[in-house]
Design a protein. Structure first.
Length: 222
């Protein structure tokens, strides 16, 4: 009886040590393969396509609200009518121009897989909404508004309200803390660069004048 008991205890101890020293493969991993290797597609098969829209521009707590939100305060003539100024620029027509013959010709020359108005290569700079294209149905911004306020000034979910903007103007609210960006040459050059097929050079000091929209009252104080 004592011999049998010792044998049972011996087998139990052997089983325990085996489980500790040689643990089973992680979930989804085959024997002899790492979990990462096990997650790779079989040889000859392409991995699933990733979403075309980048995540960096939409990262963080700030989200797009769309140009219409900006229009609620930036239409008045006495404060600069910034929204109307934007509507008169090529930025506001940046999505529409992708449907033109020149854009289509460029698309053919570049061997784009889709028409310009559907191509990530074009949309990443022609629409502010590109970072949220994967979920446009739930977004408050549209492709049709092209390159709008939030491309240059940052996603407006935390700063678009009048009270917040007044606080920024008064100096009691840090603009950066609520996502408001002061456009610089670097902001513009994210798209106005050699990667663009129509790039002919970019001089920030000259080009910014074409899209500037100051508030007359504030400009007079400077």
């Amino acid at each position: 009886m004592k011999t049998i008991l010792l044998a049972v205890l011996g087998f139990a101890l052997f089983g325990f040590l085996t489980a500790v020293w040689f643990p089973p493969p992680a979930d989804g991993a085959e024997e002899g393969k790492s979990p990462a290797a096990a997650s790779e597609p079989p040889a000859g098969e392409k991995p699933p396509a990733k979403a075309a829209a980048p995540t960096a521009a939409a990262a963080g707590k700030f989200t797009f609200v769309g140009a219409k939100k900006c229009a609620t305060c930036h239409l008045a003539q006495n404060t600069g009518a910034q929204f109307k100024q934007w509507q008169s620029t090529a930025h506001a027509k940046a999505y529409t121009v992708l449907a033109g013959e020149e854009a289509k010709a460029i698309g053919v020359a570049k061997k784009l897989a889709k028409p310009p108005q559907e191509s990530p290569e074009c949309l990443k700079c022609h629409v502010t909404a590109f970072p949220v294209m994967a979920d446009l149905a739930a977004a408050k911004i549209t492709l049709e508004e092209g390159v709008s306020c939030e491309s240059c000034h940052g996603a407006g979910s935390e700063y678009w309200k009048m009270a917040t903007m007044k606080a920024i103007s008064a100096g009691s609210q840090d603009a950066k803390a609520v996502g408001l960006v002061k456009p610089t040459a670097q902001v513009c050059q994210r798209c106005h660069n050699e990667e663009s097929p129509t790039f002919k050079g970019f001089k920030f000091e000259e080009m910014v004048v074409k899209v500037s929209h100051p508030n007359p009252a504030r400009a007079a104080k400077k």
